[in-house]
Write a protein that binds this ligand. Structure first.
Ligand code: FE
Length: 247
């Protein structure tokens, strides 16, 4: 369990460090991580430990936050509250519950695929950054992959905050240009006979992949099934087995 107070302090000290680095005129800005590196540095904490010079975006966020606070347009405590909510209280377990219910309740699955917003709303998982949802089903014939080519649109109420690699320029561009190649880097091999569909999220529409139910899970309860549904499988960059993702 992560301590949210530590998280807040960590975030503040990181942003403070970002501003300090900018002030001394740092010239070398690290580029976007490669797909491989992005996957390895999924955790922000991990990344901060090894990134001496903050990214462009961290510097921009700090500058924007500083101006808005100075103009008394925002309260830093409100920002911490929002970050804490989505980092610690909301996460992919909500989406996993949606998937597990769809696997075990055919009527719910039909409603989910017909109107994702309505069905996810039944479970109480709508909200900011997830007001309008579309659920796309993986089948033996079709594999779905979700990206936001413009920025990092992502369904927060069902999946929490997006992983770093999801926001990287490499993933955003290559997921469209070469989806099979990107999936291969995530160790997901898609047979040539399977159609790959790439869905571009926007501020208006967020996507959730309904992964295929793994073999040998007939006797598992809805709660047990939810445990094996990974975040990545609901973005479309992982396949599931009874043992979890890509096993
Ligand atoms: Fe976006």
């Amino acid at each position: 369990m992560t301590n949210s107070t530590d998280d807040k302090l960590g975030r503040r000290s990181f942003l403070k460090g970002a501003a300090k680095t900018a002030a001394i005129g740092a010239t070398a800005i690290t580029g976007q991580p490669s797909m491989t590196n992005a996957q390895q540095t999924d955790s922000n904490e991990q990344d901060h430990d090894h990134q001496a010079i903050p990214s462009d975006i961290a510097l921009r966020v700090k500058a924007l936050e500083t101006v808005l606070v100075e103009k008394q347009m925002i309260d830093p405590a409100d920002i911490d509250e929002i970050v804490d909510t989505y980092e610690n209280r909301v996460g992919p377990r909500n989406g996993a519950q949606v998937v597990a219910r769809a696997w075990t309740d055919p009527d719910f699955k039909a409603r989910l695929l017909a109107d994702g917003t309505e069905a996810i709303g039944e479970m109480g998982f709508l909200g900011a950054q997830g007001e309008h949802m579309v659920v796309v089903e993986n089948t033996p014939q079709v594999h779905n992959l979700v990206v936001c080519t413009l920025c990092s649109c992502y369904p927060w109420p069902t999946l929490g905050l997006p992983p770093r690699w999801y926001k990287s320029a490499a993933f955003r561009s290559r997921a469209v240009i070469d989806p099979r190649g990107v999936l291969k880097e995530f160790k997901v091999i898609i047979d040539d006979s399977v159609e790959v569909r790439v869905w571009d999220s926007t501020a208006e529409m967020r996507y959730l992949v309904l992964p295929e139910r793994p073999d040998d899970t007939e006797n598992m309860s809805e709660e047990e099934l939810a445990e094996i549904v990974s975040r990545d499988s609901m973005i479309g960059v992982a396949k599931l087995s009874i043992h979890g993702a890509n096993v």
